[in-house]
Write a protein that binds this ligand. Structure first.
Ligand SMILES: [Mg+2]
Length: 224
């Protein structure tokens, strides 16, 4: 875990989903590979050729930007695949319940972060997966009722690190950007933009770090 900034009060916590609210190497690899396989079919290329194209594009993009990461959604966009189309692929290909199971430690941590009902802070998911996949993922983890807002790839039709879903999340929670805290596993996609918007940011190594968040005793929000 790396704590970049914690706001003086935290009214909303904006979580990334994949590799943040769960850690599952097999599912992460499946997501990337099945999407690139679909991209290969769409372009009429063998899988290996499509994979090479994607990897070459992502490495060149990162090299030109000091090692920064680009999302797969934005990579496909560069090859002429719209966000709408790649969101539909994800909905068609991903079945989170095949990989994930209810996680009581996650649920306990989220409930502790949320605080008492009615006075608690808002918990939000902002993911580059579509909302439907996010709902299925949270249901598989047994944590669907912990979140008041879910923003996916198809909510703003842009892929993180675009600022739109972060600003939308603050607006939907009725929170100032200065009282939001972003939590995610990829600095360039989940943390850099929130910090620029004046939010807090905590980089995690996976769900084990989420279990530890309540111990940080985040400053209470204005509602409490
Ligand atoms: Mg992630």
């Amino acid at each position: 875990m790396k704590i970049y900034a914690v706001p003086p009060r935290v009214d909303a916590v904006l979580f990334d989903m994949d590799s943040t609210l769960y850690t599952n190497e097999r599912y992460a690899a499946f997501q990337r590979e099945s999407l690139i396989r679909r991209f290969a079919e769409r372009r009429g290329l063998p899988f290996e050729a499509a994979l090479s194209e994607v990897e070459a594009y992502q490495s060149a993009w990162g090299r030109a930007r000091g090692g920064a990461q680009i999302s797969l959604g934005n990579t496909f966009r560069a090859f002429g695949i719209s966000i709408k189309e790649s969101a539909a692929w994800r909905e068609e290909l991903y079945e989170p319940s095949l990989f994930l199971a209810p996680d009581r430690r996650l649920k306990n941590a989220l409930e502790a972060l949320k605080g008492p009902q009615a006075r608690g802070r808002a918990l939000v998911v902002i993911t580059n997966n579509p909302v439907l996949v996010a709902q299925k993922t949270l249901a598989a983890l047994g944590a669907a009722d912990c979140f008041s807002v879910i923003l996916g790839l198809d909510s703003c039709m842009v892929s993180k690190p675009h600022e739109a879903p972060f600003l939308k999340a603050a607006e939907l929670c009725g929170a100032e950007t200065g009282s939001c805290l972003a939590v995610g596993d990829r600095y360039d996609l989940d943390i850099a933009v929130p910090l620029r918007l004046g939010m807090g940011g905590i980089l995690v190594d996976g769900v084990e770090d989420i279990y530890r968040l309540p111990a940080l005793k985040l400053p209470a929000g204005g509602r409490s």
